[in-house]
Every structure is written in structure tokens, then in C-alpha cells.
Design a protein around this ligand. Structure first.
Ligand code: SF4
Length: 206
């Protein structure tokens, strides 16, 4: 199949530029997500044993961020079909409870577009397993509102596939290393109840 890669310099905000990649196949354009790390059989980023994907690109630039190298949308490797297949294959063992999306920022537009096909394929293959997603955006203001900073054409469907969402920027002044699965006390662990409403995760201890 004939395809071409192009890089496009985008203005993320007034002072900040990033490069993102597009793949052109026929007359269609696909944005290519990049990722920095995959951790298989991880126990630190969500409930139970999980496979964790760290995507690249984050515009929050929180003070005290533990991995500022992942702010760059061009950091790491391109997320390709064979890598996704291997990632899904690694989810087969029954002791793997699910996957976790981290960053960088999974809710940046390029990453939502890249993660949505993965989330769909994962849920199709493993409907009983869970997806956790960590985001610096807030659910009500940035993701759910139509004019929210991270509300895109993909957001509603992507959120519908996520079982547990940890939201909010990392705030250095509110850092607390005793918190469960969070870095600062403003961040929340949310899940959907039977009515589809986002509520505090039922297993939250601290
Ligand atoms: S949202 Fe996460 S990756 Fe982005 S700057 Fe904040 S702590 Fe770092």
C-alpha cells in the first residue's frame, strides 16, 4: 500500500510548538500517536496486575512532573499495528486484570485518536478486563463539556470504554506520597455507576 509520512508543526499554545506525525493512506489522513514506554505486568498503576502504556505528548507541564521528557509529542516510537497486536496478546493471561493508559497525556487529541482503536480492540477481546486512564484534565470541565479543552469527536466513545479514570493535574503543593494511585490530593479516582454516572471509585482507600 502506498503511504507517506509528513510532520506538521502545530502551535499548542502561544509559546509552545510541537511536531505531530500524519500518515496519508490513499485520500485519508491518520494522526500517528507516539509512546515512550510499555510496562507489562505492572502493579503500580491501577488495580491488580496490568499492562501499562505511556503515550507521548502533554501540554499541562505541571510543576514537579516526574517525567517531563514525555511532554514532547515526538518522544519515543510510533504506535504501530504490530505493537498494538503484541500489547493485546500480552493481555491474554488470566492474571492480567487490564490495561492502563498513562503519559504524557492520554487525553490530548492525537492520543485519544490513537488510543480509541486500541481501547475498542481490547474491550472486544477482553470484555471482562478493565481500562484505567490517568489524565491531567478534569472530567466535568475539560472532557465532558462540549467546549472543554480536551473534548473532541473521540472523547465520548473513548470515555465510554474507560472503567476507571484518575483525573486532575499534578499539583506539587498538594503532593502526598501516601495517596493510592495518585500524586496529589486534588486528583480523583472515578468510575461509572449502574446509571452511567461518574462517581468516586468504590475501592478507594486513601
Ligand atoms: S499531566 Fe502528568 S505528564 Fe503531564 S505534566 Fe502533569 S504530571 Fe507530567
Amino acid at each position: 500500500m502506498l503511504f507517506t509520512y509528513i510532520d506538521l508543526l502545530i502551535i499548542v499554545n502561544f509559546f509552545h510548538f510541537e511536531t505531530i506525525h500524519f500518515e496519508i493512506i490513499g485520500s485519508s489522513i491518520f494522526i500517528i500517536m507516539k509512546y515512550s514506554t510499555i510496562k507489562y505486568r505492572d502493579i503500580a498503576n491501577g488495580e491488580g496486575v496490568r499492562n501499562v502504556l505511556f503515550v507521548s505528548g502533554c501540554t499541562h507541564h505541571c510543576k514537579g512532573c516526574f517525567q517531563p521528557q514525555t511532554w514532547d509529542f515526538d518522544y519515543g516510537d510510533e504506535w504501530e499495528e504490530n505493537i498494538q497486536e503484541e500489547f493485546l496478546n500480552q493481555c491474554e493471561p488470566s492474571f492480567i486484570e487490564g490495561v492502563t493508559f498513562l503519559g504524557g497525556e492520554p487525553m490530548e487529541e492525537v492520543n485519544q485518536k490513537g488510543l480509541l482503536p486500541l481501547a475498542k480492540a481490547f474491550k472486544q477481546r477482553f470484555p471482562e478486563k478493565t481500562i484505567w486512564c490517568f489524565t491531567g484534565y478534569t472530567l466535568e470541565d475539560d472532557l465532558l463539556k462540549e467546549d472543554g479543552k480536551a473534548h473532541f469527536s473521540t472523547t465520548e466513545e473513548f470515555l465510554s470504554l474507560i472503567d476507571v479514570l484518575v483525573d486532575g493535574e499534578f499539583v506539587l503543593e498538594k503532593k502526598d506520597i501516601t495517596l493510592q494511585f495518585r500524586g496529589s490530593s486534588n486528583q480523583r479516582i472515578l468510575e461509572r455507576n449502574d446509571k452511567g454516572e461518574w462517581v468516586t471509585w468504590s475501592k478507594k482507600m486513601r
